[in-house]
Design a protein around this ligand. Structure first.
Ligand code: FE2
Length: 612
């Protein structure tokens, strides 16, 4: 939006009070800014009212609260309340404790969203509401490159819906069918996340990463005992094994008996049982998603699919929809979880409530690479560095990419911050930590010395879009790291028999010529980097290729375990100094660890971060 063009309509979308609260501004139908509250408040998955994210969005749009025409909330709290009440009555008095624990928040805030909005941001107008899955659906369809598409949303639970499908055409979205609580694929996956000792609504990604270490030996047991999968992909959970109607836990004793023992305690050793469970629930999930995809295709007759909701972050399943499913194309909202609901709600008001046309996107998406958050100019970075007296070197457009690439090629781990922050859970080269994928030790060093996280967790490759098919079995861009593809056969190294090998031994075995980004099953969760969307990042990988012949680098989010991804130069510097990162590049400035003054901080900063 040009500075002098007059904007006639400002819509603010908000999602909050469950997990990953966020705000998004849509001006005359264009997404101008979107960000998650956690990046500002520094509390991971922060569910609180997104006050700072709203403040940022207003600043980016150069408006004040008084300029807002509509505020829209991504969920209908009264319907969710009704679901909680009905669930409680179903199991009463068993769920009394969790019911009582949830009530203060409901009576204090959740039921009174308009009042909270008025109080927190001083807004006097009406607050609109969309339904939860409607917001997810809008976030999947409107920014997509398709004029017409089938739409699928799958998550834990919204008000009542746990999945929905329909189709979009132009400005219209029609949702045809919903699956209702408690039958939920998202909750099923989360129950296993809980049972394997990871954190619900956050550790699902770890469970997916663990799956290739196991064999799906419990798959049939899950399908016979826990979940009945119908022909159309809809499911029915056997509630005698779960505890999410009334309990504070997700699974019960009967569930534990089925898997030969209690849930793994968080932070204890991951055993073969958890790996096999992970492989099993992942296999079941993929089976269900593929069945749903086939059904949605048959019902809508569309060749394109738009997908959102927390389950759409399961990039392994997404890769299978693309390879084995009926759709020609698939577009997934990168902020597929509840954060994206803020964007969906705002776009929904523009197109559905105000009935504004949506121009035919003609194959061009409007997510802008998901670089929709705050940026910091060279002047701001310089001012920060000078004010703190931190030694730095200034780079010039002519040598910037080259110098950063040289560091990566020399085996250095580089913190990289440039341009607008990503919207959604993945770092896409604006707030990333970069490394050399060819080195055998990169994965272990990055996991243990930089991220302070579990050693089994794989890293993602960023590859030049135009070179992607030389490294991976992929025939299309994957700009949002939401698709998994295999490393090409000729790059693989045959693996010895895994029997009797520990997880760490298996991890150390070289799997390809880019071992740091090749998972145990030769898969990689790919980001293709496009010159138009992210020229600075594209230039670094290009220079890295000139130096090494390799058009791939390792990309992991710029944070340590339990910490939200960094936002500002200050966050970046702090993370740089807290870890064994070697180099920090912020816009056109580069800092070397050995030149920095000693970092003084309490030894227990890590204990302040909640484990994720
Ligand atoms: Fe959701």
């Amino acid at each position: 939006m040009g500075r002098f063009s007059k904007v006639s309509m400002n819509i603010l979308g908000i999602s909050c009070f469950y997990h990953d609260s966020a705000a998004c501004i849509v001006q005359d139908g264009q997404v101008v800014a979107a960000a998650q509250q956690e990046r500002f408040s520094r509390k991971k998955h922060d569910p609180r009212f997104p006050k700072n994210a709203i403040k940022y969005c207003l600043e980016e749009a150069r408006i004040t609260v008084q300029d807002l025409d509509y505020i829209v909330f991504y969920d209908k709290p009264f319907l969710t309340f009704e679901r909680l009440l009905m669930s409680y009555l179903t199991v009463a008095p068993k769920g009394l404790r969790s019911w009582l624990e949830a009530m203060p928040l409901w009576l204090g805030q959740k039921l009174y969203v308009p009042k909270v909005v008025k109080k927190e941001v001083g807004y006097e107008g009406d607050v609109l509401f969309t339904e939860h899955h409607e917001a997810h659906a809008a976030s999947a369809f409107y920014p997509s490159p398709f004029d017409e598409a089938a739409i699928l949303t799958i998550d834990g639970v919204g008000e009542w819906a746990t999945a929905s499908y329909g189709f979009g055409r132009g400005k219209d979205i029609s949702l045809l069918k919903e699956l209702h609580f408690p039958d939920s694929l998202g909750l099923l996956y989360s129950a296993f996340t809980y049972f394997t000792g990871f954190r619900v609504n956050s550790g699902e990604y770890k469970l997916m990463g663990l799956a290739p270490y196991g064999t799906p030996k419990y798959k049939d047991l899950i399908l016979s005992e826990l979940v009945d999968v119908k022909k159309d992909g809809s499911i029915r959970l056997n509630l005698s094994y779960f505890d999410f109607l009334g309990g504070l836990r997700m699974t019960n004793r009967r569930f534990a008996r089925l898997f030969n023992g209690p849930a793994r305690k968080p932070e204890t050793e991951v055993t073969q049982r958890e790996m096999d469970i992970a492989a099993s629930i992942q296999a079941v999930t993929e089976k269900i998603i593929l069945r749903i995809a086939n059904h949605v295709y048959a019902e809508t007759g569309q060749k394109n699919l738009c997908f959102a909701g927390g389950v759409a972050l399961n990039c392994v399943a997404n890769g299978r929809i693309l390879r084995e499913g009926p759709f020609e194309n698939i577009w997934i909202q990168p902020a597929a979880g509840d954060a994206g609901g803020a964007m969906g709600a705002a776009l929904s008001v523009w197109h559905r409530y105000l009935e504004n046309d949506r121009p035919n996107p003609n194959g061009h998406e409007t997510q802008h690479g998901s670089y929709l958050g705050p940026s910091f100019s060279n002047e701001m970075v310089k001012e920060f560095l000078k004010s703190k007296d931190y030694p730095y070197h200034e780079l010039h457009p002519g040598n910037r990419a080259r110098i950063i690439a040289e560091q990566i090629a020399a085996g250095k781990i580089v913190g990289y911050m440039a341009g607008r922050m990503e919207f959604g859970p993945r770092a896409l080269g604006a707030r990333s930590i970069l490394g050399d994928p060819r080195r055998g030790d990169t994965q272990t060093v990055m996991n243990l010395k930089i991220k302070y996280r579990e050693s089994f967790r794989p890293f993602a490759p960023s590859v030049l879009e135009e070179k992607a098919s030389e490294y991976f079995d992929v025939d299309r861009p994957s700009p949002y790291m939401l698709l998994v593809a295999s490393v090409k056969k000729e790059r693989r190294v045959p693996q010895p028999s895994r029997d009797g090998m520990s997880m760490l031994e298996r991890l150390k075995a070289k799997r390809s010529d880019i071992p740091a980004v090749t998972h145990l099953d030769y898969s990689a969760r790919l980001q293709t980097v496009n010159q138009t969307h992210k020229p600075d990042y594209h230039a670094i990988i290009s220079e890295f290729e000139k130096l090494t012949g390799c058009a791939v680098i390792v990309n992991t989010s710029f944070n340590v375990r339990g910490e939200p991804i960094i936002c500002t130069p200050e966050h970046a510097y702090q993370c740089f100094m807290r870890t064994e990162m070697d180099v920090l590049a912020m816009e056109d400035f580069v800092l070397f660890k050995e030149e920095q003054p000693p970092w003084k901080e309490g030894d227990d900063w890590r204990s302040e971060l909640e484990l994720d």
